[in-house]
Design a protein. Sequence first.
Length: 398
Amino acid sequence: MMMFAAYMTRAIQLLLSSPRKSPDHAVGDDGREREELTPLRLSGESPHTSLPPMPPRSHAAAYITVRGQNLDDPLSSFSDVPVPHFRISIPVRPPRPRAERWAEFVGGHADTFLFFCVLLLAGLPSYYSSPGYTMPLHLSVNILMFFSAMALPPSWRQLLHPVIVSAFSTLLIVWLLGRVHGDNSLSSVLGDYRTGSTYLKLWAAAGTEKANTLPRPGAGDILSSAMDASIVSLALPMYQYRHELRRHFFAIVLPNIVLSIISLFVYPVVCHAIGISPERSLAFTSRSLTLALATPAVKNLGGDLNTVSAVALISGVLGVLIGRQLLSWLRIPEDDYITRGVTFGANASALGTALLLRTDPRAAAISSLAMGLFGTVTVVFSSIPPMVHIIRSLVGLT
């Protein structure tokens, strides 16, 4: 699917591309063309200059002088006067005091120390007291495991993605702590991790009788609320590069519509043909969506919500791990931020966009729009009753 998205976006750009601007013109963030000065060339390769051809820099010092001054050596007054060589001594910096080094270490790991203190002072006492509350312990364990995964060498993180490492580490530690507490069932421990009381439900029930019946939020509910805010923050690079989005509108919109149709009608058929159950086959229709949009899309189709959570996470991680290498194998240019943004946004969703935020902000803006557009089109299609009936009939459901 990544290959199809990359080549389709690339083809649309080539079909709709306008004549390239000269290197003397650049487009700013406000959409206006700005003229840039071309540096003067010292070689005689350009036929448009009226200056005589200049020799290579290695030979220029032999005869390029102004009143005898050597241009290559500003320290000399005349080209025939030897230049004295001065040896500059750089004083050796004394070692820093131990207190200063400790202060730098603590300042660089302030968040780690904070959540470690939360784990010891609030998490463990609240969890093993009666009645126990799991959120402080689970949240601090989850965040500390993510910090530990991010501390791995970059070469290790190419295979051991921090999201996967922190998820499995948190699951193992939370399960062991639950065994010590007396919760032998993993489902019971995970039920305490995420109770479903997100900020939306808490605000909706505020001031009503339902507020007293809602369970207290778990660590998963806190992180889910933070994820909603982080997805909204992706609109900032989209606004910054809004002129780029307008200029390449069709190259962004058309691939996402086609990919959404393929996901809805091809994935269920293929999954059902290889023996996957109908409900889980329907979950694969939203494998490339972020969970905020994948959940309602699969719910409209009657698919398995647990399957789509795992599939969406795995798709995002695989897109981050192999996406850049795959685009390199496909000979997609490094400066083609449109193709890279659409490919990552439509296949790796939020994780791919987060990767592009560190490497190419313009591609991250395209990826944010592609991710939202792909998910919106899929949710809209899954809300049309005749289309839902057709998709369910592909896997033998009515």
